[in-house]
Ligand binder design. Structure first.
Ligand SMILES: Cc1ncc(COP(=O)(O)O)c(C=O)c1O
Length: 361
């Protein structure tokens, strides 16, 4: 049986948000980050909707590149985790204009010994302080020279790094990372890319030849403590589910597993067909906002696998079949994420592939 919960994706909001990124970084080209099924929004649909707006797409793996090429998406594709073996490199070369990121010495060895049908454009990722993926900045010059000389490589390798703390612009780590990057690459040619969404909006110095916005495209705020709306971002995904039952509860009645919510007074409660099995966060506590008939209501008790309960005492006429908004239009996903102790990225990714997706705009 198909679940009734659905995610409506507003493609015109997506395009609007990309234009917001472009305005914030007017001298940069835009590599739209659409990995992880475009943060749960559906990678192919998002790529098609942005094909005329973005300059390239950033993915995490070569398999995603194949899916996009099969769907007829022809923009350059940058693969942020690069490749694991020569087979993947060969596939990247066959697909055409797929640009792997090289972040480890092991990948360099694989590249140097691969027999490719065509040379590839590549990026070198430098670890300037995040200490996740990346090559030592001190070796940037030697590595770029070595890679550029390989017959498997076309043109001058690009230079990239990723910021660890850009979502909190007052933190000193971001400037420190920029300094490390600039010192290591000052005398080198090749295109540069540093900025994620937060840096696009708050760090012009990080906006180099290419910017890599992700979360902002989907209309969530990349900045701690700042609302998406005030950054001129529009919500792209609106998640809704129907009411399946309405109940009157007396003072003292306990709701749901563990009876963690006890009514202080008589309440009217709506049971909604959405739960953690659909991607709603189980850790969202009582009081988390839910939108019913245009009014903000509150979650009651624990979220179940395929249901959650909402206090609709103040909303007249709620009935089975009414659509309830869990986040999106009129209810920022950032608010739900904060209530559940997580980030919007996780909520958006979690519903991807689980809910019925409907595209419009
Ligand atoms: C290397 C890299 N660049 C850019 C991004 C986009 O970041 P954001 O979604 O915060 O804009 C990501 C996201 O994880 C990333 O891993």
């Amino acid at each position: 049986m198909r679940r009734a919960a659905r995610a409506r994706i507003d493609l015109s909001a997506l395009r609007h948000n990309l234009r917001t990124a472009r305005r914030a970084a007017p001298r940069s080209r835009v590599m739209a980050v659409i990995k992880a099924e475009a943060y749960g929004h559906g990678m192919v649909a998002v790529a098609r909707a942005l094909a005329a707006e973005a300059d390239a797409f950033a993915l995490s793996c070569i398999d995603e590149a194949r899916v996009l090429r099969e769907a007829g998406v022809m923009l350059p594709l940058v693969v942020l985790q690069g490749f694991r073996d020569a087979g993947q490199l060969i596939e990247a070369a066959r697909l055409g204009d797929v640009q792997p990121v090289i972040h480890s010495a092991g990948q360099l060895d694989v590249l140097a010994s691969a027999a490719l049908p065509a040379p590839l454009r590549v990026w070198l990722k430098l670890d300037t302080g995040m200490h996740r993926l990346g090559l030592p900045p001190a070796e940037a010059a030697a590595l770029q020279k070595r890679v550029a000389a390989l017959p498997q490589v076309a043109g001058v390798p690009g230079l990239m790094t990723h910021l660890a703390c850009a979502d909190e612009p007052e933190r000193p780590e971001t400037n420190a990372q920029l300094q490390v990057f600039d010192a290591a690459t000052a005398d080198l040619s090749g295109e540069r890319s540093i900025a994620n969404s937060a840096a696009v909006l708050r760090m012009p110095a990080a906006c180099r030849d290419w910017v890599r916005p992700g979360i902002m495209l989907y209309g969530a705020s990349p900045l701690v403590g700042e609302q998406a709306q005030s950054l001129d971002l529009k919500p792209v995904m609106t998640v809704s589910a129907p009411v399946v039952a309405v109940k009157r509860l007396a003072a003292g009645d306990a709701v749901g597993y563990g009876g963690s919510y006890v009514c202080k007074s008589p309440r009217t409660m709506a049971v909604v067909a959405m739960g953690y099995g659909d991607g709603y966060p189980r850790h969202a506590p009582s009081g988390t906002p839910v939108r019913v008939r245009g009014r903000r209501c509150e979650l009651m008790g624990r979220v179940s696998m395929d249901m959650l309960c909402v206090d609709v005492t103040e909303v007249p006429g709620v009935a089975p079949g009414d659509a309830v908004t869990l986040w999106g239009e009129g209810l920022p996903v950032d608010e739900i994420a904060a209530a559940a102790g997580t980030i919007s990225y996780e909520l958006l990714c979690n519903v991807g592939g689980r809910l019925r997706m409907e595209y419009g705009g």
